[in-house]
Design a protein around this ligand. Structure first.
Ligand SMILES: *Cc1c(COP(=O)(O)O)cnc(C)c1O
Length: 355
């Protein structure tokens, strides 16, 4: 499929101070759009000036949340080129999400071509300051003008780009996490393994209550027994207990992160034992009490590694590694960000240049 390109005649002012980019505050000059209509399939691929959609008030997505998204980044390397990190994994996951939400699949190679073409056009927007990147947000939503409940026959796939700041501007800071016992994010059989906007709507309440108590994020337990550890906020979670690195197995209610996958592969390549298994909160508490909880961290595209310095479970406050970043967490952060920004050799073949 051809991508029709219409360039803007009024480019936006780019943010002057790259140290204040933050996350999701700025969007580039262009966006990619294509439509799906039953009988026609995906069609009308185009890059157009960034601007609002016109949506009918009865558009299905506004009522029933049939929507999925992806999140990845483009990195400016020191030789001035721009590269992506495992985009084929994101696009494969996008189709897993589509399948679950009854959204027609999208050609993965074509979606990567769309991302690359769009970035090429807005290449000047890829920031170069240390730790900054261009966040890429592909998403699909139902757009039938109909408030009946059924899988959509008319959808929109779009990609927008946002220059984002360094996640850590003053070095990595371990976060305080609240173990959520009242609310749940997902259950097996539901949509937890899909990157669906609806999963985020569901998680807001727990997040809000954690914040009210002075915690940054929630540690989600399984929705059935409130016993097994699943994720932390919108990140996957890892623990190092008595030398063993443990991350919850992907049991259907957990989102399979690309960062999680990469961290596992990286650890294994360095000879660490990594267990993907169920880990109960009781096992974690026991390990903590025995002085065997050595490190804990979250993983995701935004922060890469987010060390956990404290976990609150009921009345128990568990300090991890004295509230400081651990050795393995630091090594993982340095290695993965090194590969992403092209400072370290990419032995795994994870990066793809945009040219
Ligand atoms: C996106 C996401 C992650 C992290 O996935 P990455 O591909 O590593 O960015 C983890 N959990 C949830 C719920 C997510 O939505």
């Amino acid at each position: 499929m051809e991508i029709k390109i219409t360039k803007t005649t009024s480019p936006k002012q780019k943010p002057a101070d790259l140290s204040k980019l933050g996350f999701g505050q700025y969007y580039t000059d262009h966006m990619f759009i294509m439509n799906y209509d039953e009988g026609e399939g995906w069609h009308d691929a185009r890059i157009v000036p960034y601007g609002p959609f016109e949506i009918d008030p009865a558009s299905m997505v506004l009522h029933y949340a049939q929507e999925i998204f992806e999140g990845l980044k483009a990195y400016r390397t020191s030789d001035g080129s721009v590269q992506l990190f495992r985009p084929e994994k994101n696009m494969a996951r996008m189709n897993v999400s589509c399948e679950r939400l009854c959204i027609p699949k999208i050609d993965e190679e074509f979606a990567i071509k769309a991302i690359k073409t769009l970035i090429k056009i807005d290449e000047d927007w890829v920031p170069s300051m240390d730790g900054t990147s261009l966040y890429i947000r592909p998403y699909v939503f139902a757009n039938d003008v109909h408030i009946g409940v059924h899988p959509a026959k008319h959808l929109i796939f779009a990609i927008i780009l946002s220059p984002v700041g360094a996640y850590y501007s003053n070095g990595i800071e371990p976060v305080k996490i609240f173990v959520e016992e009242k609310y749940v994010r997902a259950v097996a059989g539901g949509t937890g393994f899909a990157k669906a906007g609806a999963n985020y709507a569901i998680s807001l309440k727990g997040q809000e209550e954690a914040e009210e108590q002075g915690y940054i994020q929630t540690l989600w337990l399984d929705g059935v027994e409130r016993k097994y550890i699943e994720e932390v906020g919108s990140m996957n979670v890892f623990f190092k207990i008595d030398g063993e690195v443990i991350t919850p197995a992907l049991v259907g209610s957990i989102l399979g992160g690309i960062t999680r996958m990469s961290i596992i592969e990286l650890l294994q390549s360095k000879g660490y034992k990594v267990s993907e298994r169920r880990l109960s909160i009781d096992e974690l508490v026991e390990a903590f009490k025995a002085g065997k909880l050595e490190e804990a961290w979250g993983t995701g595209t935004a922060a890469v590694i987010s060390p956990i310095g404290e976990l609150k479970y009921g009345n128990l406050v568990m300090r991890v590694n004295d509230g400081k970043i651990g050795e393995v967490s630091q090594m993982l952060y340095d290695t993965l960000t090194g590969i992403q920004w092209g400072k370290l050799e990419d032995k795994f073949g994870w990066t793809t240049k945009i040219d």
